[in-house]
Write a new protein. Structure first.
Length: 205
């Protein structure tokens, strides 16, 4: 799902109404495009596959996985494969552990990705039960896949840098400061997060 263009626009307009620096940045940079990913375990598996490798390498591994497991593979399909088979697809021992953790939780019904708690912190706690999925990965899933409007990945370097640029800070705020700065923007922090990525490399700001 993700936040729609209309939701992003509404959220940013609401924050810009109380934050002059945000209004100025919005006038210069314009509205960002939506960032949308499908819900479900495959999006999280793609996150695991993509950790600490290039986009091209991650795409190559994913192509090999689909060739081995089938395009519509289920968690049990992966669980049935042995170490060497998954290694041949490009999954290291560590990433196989993470992938199996995800697939085991979903296959056993211990993690229902289509019925996560409404409370964002409770949903993050459920997602971080998966080995290899930390807070940042959980927040990105909830923002891009579920479209939760108030997710604020304050630990993201580009969010920290982007918000510092938007607000005119000489130095990049740390995670704690980035979290505190966004408190007045509830419940629209998700739209602001997407805007910070949009602004991060904008030379006009």
């Amino acid at each position: 799902m993700g936040l729609s263009a209309q939701q992003i626009r509404r959220g940013l307009d609401s924050v810009a109404a109380i934050e002059p620096d945000m209004a100025r940045a919005l006038e210069i940079a314009g509205y960002p495009e939506p960032r949308i990913r499908p819900t479900g375990y495959k999006t999280l598996l793609r996150t695991i596959v993509g950790q600490q490798v290039s986009v091209a390498s991650a795409a190559s591994v994913w192509t090999k996985l689909e060739a081995e497991l089938g395009e519509d593979f289920t968690p049990s399909c992966l669980l049935e494969r042995d170490f060497d088979t998954l290694r041949a697809c490009g999954l290291s021992r560590q990433k196989q552990g993470y992938a199996r953790s995800l697939c085991e939780l979903v296959h056993a019904g211990e993690l229902d990705l289509h019925n996560l708690p409404d409370d964002d912190e409770e949903a993050i706690a459920q997602l971080t039960r998966i080995k290899g999925i930390g807070r940042w990965s959980a927040e990105i899933y909830l923002l891009f896949a579920e479209g939760r409007p108030d997710i604020w990945p304050a630990g993201d370097l580009a969010v920290m840098a982007g918000i510092g640029k938007i607000l005119g800070h000489e130095e990049r705020p740390d995670e704690k400061a980035t979290r505190a700065l966004a408190e007045p923007w509830r419940p629209h922090r998700g739209a602001v997060a997407i805007f910070t990525w949009h602004c991060y490399d904008n030379p006009a700001l």
